[in-house]
Ligand binder design. Structure first.
Ligand SMILES: Nc1ncnc2c1ncn2[C@@H]1O[C@H](COP(=O)(O)OP(=O)(O)OP(=O)(O)O)[C@@H](O)[C@H]1O
Ligand SMILES: O=P(O)(O)OC[C@H]1O[C@H](OP(=O)(O)OP(=O)(O)O)[C@H](O)[C@@H]1O
Ligand SMILES: [Mg+2]
Length: 294
């Protein structure tokens, strides 16, 4: 337990201050109902709508060490960052966003066909820690050239034979005439905790996880409400199967009418609405869902 943790009872959550995963993380946190006081200014530690939680803005790559040391109790960053730093933290939740694959790539016209061909070669990467461990485990001796970005240019510049870098759309690899020969890991954004934090803030952490989970569960889902004549109920039910069980309620004003409510996946919505109408549903409403708590 570090001194901050023993002295103060304000849970500190570290999140990225910039980069591609920063905005989706802020959006997820705020959708869960925890509002940040200063998300757009340059203030690096800010309060939230919960007086017992403060937010630290930091570089994604620094967050694992802050959490491991107890400078922050919770952190949200890429799994690749945690692995790169070899940080001793607890992974609490996979937030399933910010997906990217750490790949080994070589120039398209290279003779290198397989990882085994990399013995004795030079590898450029922003991930020297992961690389060193990976090639040691593979029992290959490589020299690692550490770069701060724009890694894909390294083979062309003659400073490396291969690169280890993240790829998501694959555009950068393709545009720079590289070919993937292997994948090292798939990274997503994760929620991590300091190993002592659970002892001090277990209730706050459980509350935070529940709130975040409820937003994730609601993503891509819509709430459908419709009125259905009893005779058409079976046909409407047949259109809905497979989706989370519809709720059927009597409509007070009309004897023969029931209200049917169901949670449906957004992907099904387009065809589903006309199928429901054809099956006899009417007054169909499609409503957004902010959070789903089980
Ligand atoms: N296509 C991608 N390329 C790089 N990182 C990605 C990609 N998709 C998701 N990520 C994740 O984003 C995080 C990178 O954070 P970083 O602060 O380096 O952001 P960035 O958008 O690459 O910014 P920078 O302009 O500083 O390179 C990592 O955890 C990484 O896994
Ligand atoms: O598969 P893609 O969708 O093309 O994405 C992959 C590219 O994005 C990242 O670079 P970034 O934009 O972070 O620049 P950097 O190399 O300077 O970090 C990563 O390092 C790759 O170069
Ligand atoms: Mg980058």
């Amino acid at each position: 337990m570090n001194t901050r943790q023993t002295e103060k009872r304000i849970l500190r959550l570290a999140i990225p201050n910039k980069g591609r995963i920063a905005d989706p993380i802020i959006e997820l946190i705020e959708d869960s109902g925890l509002i940040l006081q200063n998300s757009v200014s340059r203030k690096l530690i800010t309060g939230t709508s919960d007086p017992a939680i403060e937010v630290l803005f930091a570089r994604p790559v620094d967050i694992p060490a802050y959490v491991a040391s107890g400078a922050a109790d919770l952190g949200i960053t890429g799994r690749d960052m945690v692995m790169e730093r070899g940080a001793d933290v607890e992974e609490l939740m996979d937030l399933k966003s910010g997906k990217a694959t750490l790949v080994i790539a070589v120039p398209e016209d290279s003779d290198i066909a397989d990882v085994r061909d990399l013995d004795g070669k030079k590898i450029a990467t922003e991930f020297p820690g992961i690389c060193e461990r990976y090639f040691r485990d593979e029992k290959l001796s490589v020299s690692i050239v550490s770069v701060g970005g724009a890694c894909e240019a390294a083979p062309y510049l003659g400073i490396a034979d291969a690169i280890v870098d993240l790829s998501s759309s694959g555009n950068t690899i393709r545009t720079n005439n590289l070919r993937v020969i292997s994948e090292i890991l798939v990274s997503t954004t994760i929620l991590i905790a300091n190993r002592d934090a659970q002892k001090i803030y277990s209730e706050k952490i459980a509350e935070f996880c529940l709130a975040i989970e409820s937003v994730m569960r609601a993503k891509g889902k819509k709430y459908l409400m419709m009125n259905v004549h009893r005779e058409a109920l079976e046909a409407v039910r047949n259109v809905l199967p497979g989706l989370s069980g519809p709720t059927v309620m009597d409509v007070a004003s009309e004897d023969n009418l029931v209200a049917v409510h169901a949670v449906v996946s957004e992907d099904h919505l387009y065809g589903l609405v006309s199928s429901l109408k054809n099956a006899g549903a009417r007054d169909i409403l499609v409503v957004p869902i902010e959070r789903m708590i089980r």
